[in-house]
Design a protein around this ligand. Sequence first.
Ligand SMILES: [Zn+2]
Length: 237
Amino acid sequence: MQISTTVVGKWTRSLVWILAAMLALPAAAAKLDEHSALIVVDMQNCFVDGGTLPVKGGRSIVPVINKLASQFDNVVLTQDWHTPKHASFASTYPGKKPYDTVELNYGTQVLWPDHCIQGSKDAELVSGLDIPKAQMIIRKGFHQNIDSYSAFMEADHKTPTGLKSYLKERGITKLYVVGLATDFCVAWTAMDGAKSGFEVAVIEDASKGIDLNGSLNSAWKSMQDAGVKRIQSSDIL
Ligand SMILES: [Zn+2]
C-alpha cells in the first residue's frame, strides 16, 4: 500500500510538471515552412495618409510588414488597380457622394472617392515597403463594372483573379494575410482564402481597418465564422 501511494504521488508530480511545461510554451507560435505564404494586401499610396482613400495609420504598419516578410519564403502582393470612371467610384454616378451605395448587378456597392487608378503615382506600392523577394503581384478591380475587395474573387463572386490556382500549383497551404484595410480587402481575401481550402490567419497588428459604421467588428466576426484565425506579429517574430 505504502509503495503504491508513493508511485501515484510521483505520477501526479510528473503530470503537474508536464502541464506546467505545456503552459509555458508560446500559445499561438506559428510554424512557417515552404507551404506558408504571406499575402500583403493593397499597401499602396492611395490607402495611406496623403493618398486618395487613406486608412488612418495605414503607413504605420509598413515596418512590421517588412519584418514579417523577411521570415517567409513566399510572398504575394496585391494592388487595387482601377480604370478611370470605375463602377466603385462615387464620381461615376451623378448626384452620388463617397460612402453612398448603388445597386449593381452583383449586389450593393459602397461608393468610394476615386482611388488607385492604373498607372498613377497614387496606385504605386507605398514607399518604404521593402519586400524585394515578393514573387507575385495580383492586380484586382481592373474590370470597369466590377469591384474587387478580395484578392481571390471579384465582387460578383464569379470572376476569379487566378490567385487560388497560383498558390495551389506552388504547394502553398497556409496563408498569413496583412495590409489594408482589415475590414474590407484583408477580410474578403482571408475569407475567400478559407473558402478555397487554405488555412488562413490575419495578423492584426500588421493590418489597419477603415471602420465604416462598425464594419471592423463585424468583419472580425465574419472572419471568425469562416474559420480565419486572428493572430499578432509576435506569434511569428
Ligand atoms: Zn478600390
